[in-house]
Write a protein that binds this ligand. Structure first.
Ligand code: NAP
Length: 337
């Protein structure tokens, strides 16, 4: 048995290590979970490096890994005994580490899921599909025929937005920075995909290509994970009073919406962080959303491409791969045989 722990804040190449034989003593309200698979996200690195947010502060040493799927093999004295034997996904609440053969977690951190779905897809359920669900459901009541715009369309968040929107009849225009991802997204149900935003000079052209592709229609909402002027290029085609929802800034620059769009069309800019929802929403709502998302995975509606899986012992190679740009999918840890 082993797990990956964060010893100190710093680059993951130096700050994490494989800990053999971790203490797996159960508290009364805990469960012991044998892991099947666990996802690696860019925020895991930012957490280790101390560049994520002051709203998540790991107490060192800290077990690493935010999302994953496994099977409950024991329950503490006050935890629900019916969880034993159930397959579960973990809420991304930073109360346990999923990069481990076995992990101890509060029973309130796990949500039972079905047996049929692919383990890798369930391991990727807790963060990005739930984020896409929040983006699509929290800020407007979207209906069939409504349009949303987004950048980073080929990211895991972007692909889940496309899949959930397509399932609901909501139409999507996605900006990507690589031509080779266009067909993948169209095959997955994207309505329009526009290439651009890789360089600053391209932004006016990108704004016009988005508007031309949309024709007479406008976006109800825009989802931005890139920051800077790309969000502004999409915001130019927002409806009067529409909102840009910022959920990340991979360019480390603020959302830049030109004043002429912001002022005269009274646009709004809002932020979204999944963890706020996890921390504040009623348990019944959280269970209902994850149960619905797990069923959509089982039905094949939600599918996130996976580039490669690694054994826990090969974590350094896994991290190198996960940090690489232009990946063809997510990187995961697999466990067991
Ligand atoms: N607010 C929240 O609650 C929340 C929840 C989940 C995720 N997030 C954030 O969402 C972002 C995406 O996460 P993910 O797991 O979906 O990502 P992912 O699947 O790992 O994909 C990364 C994406 O980022 C693009 N990218 C990387 N650097 C870029 C840059 N400098 N400019 C433009 N695009 C760039 C990549 O494009 P290429 O393929 O062309 O390299 C790819 O589309 C992360 O920043 C994550 O922290 C936020």
């Amino acid at each position: 048995m082993s797990r990956i722990i964060l010893k100190e804040i710093g680059p993951v190449s130096e700050s994490v290590q494989l800990e053999p034989h971790p203490d797996l003593t159960l508290g009364p309200a805990d469960v012991l979970v044998e892991m099947e698979a666990a996802g690696i996200n860019l925020t895991d690195f930012r957490l280790a490096e101390g560049t994520y947010t002051e709203r998540v502060r790991p107490s060192l040493p800290s077990a690493m890994g935010t999302e994953g799927v496994g099977r409950v093999i024991a329950a503490g004295t006050t935890a629900d005994p019916s969880l034993v034997g159930r397959r579960v996904v973990f809420l991304p609440n930073y109360l346990q580490g999923t990069w481990a053969d076995r992990t101890v977690a509060p029973a309130s951190s796990v949500i039972p899921v079905g047996e049929k779905a692919d383990a890798q897809q369930l391991a990727l359920l807790a963060v990005n599909p739930a984020t896409a669900y929040g983006l699509l459901n929290r800020y407007a009541t979207l209906g069939p025929g409504d349009w949303i715009g987004q950048d980073m369309g080929n990211s895991a968040v972007g692909r889940n937005v496309i899949a959930l929107a397509h399932h609901a009849g909501v139409r999507t225009l996605s900006v990507v920075r690589r031509e080779e991802t266009v067909k993948q997204l169209l095959d997955q149900g994207a309505d329009l995909v526009v290439v651009g935003g890789a360089g600053k000079d391209d932004v006016d052209g990108l704004r016009d290509r988005i508007a031309d592709a949309l024709g007479d229609t406008t976006f109800r909402l825009v989802f931005d994970g890139v920051g800077g002027p790309v969000a502004g290029a999409l915001a130019h085609s927002l409806e009067f009073g529409g909102q840009v929802i910022s959920y990340s800034s991979l360019t480390h620059t603020p959302v830049a919406v030109p004043a002429a769009d912001l002022v005269y069309r009274e646009l709004g800019v809002r932020g979204y962080w999944l963890i706020n929802w996890i921390r504040t929403a009623p348990r019944a709502e959280i269970e209902a959303v994850y149960t619905e998302l797990a069923e959509l995975v089982e039905q094949g509606v939600l599918h996130t491409p996976v580039e490669e899986t690694f054994a826990l012992a090969d974590y350094r190679a896994a991290f190198d791969r996960a940090r690489k740009p232009q990946r063809e999918g997510k990187i995961l840890f697999h466990f067991g045989a």
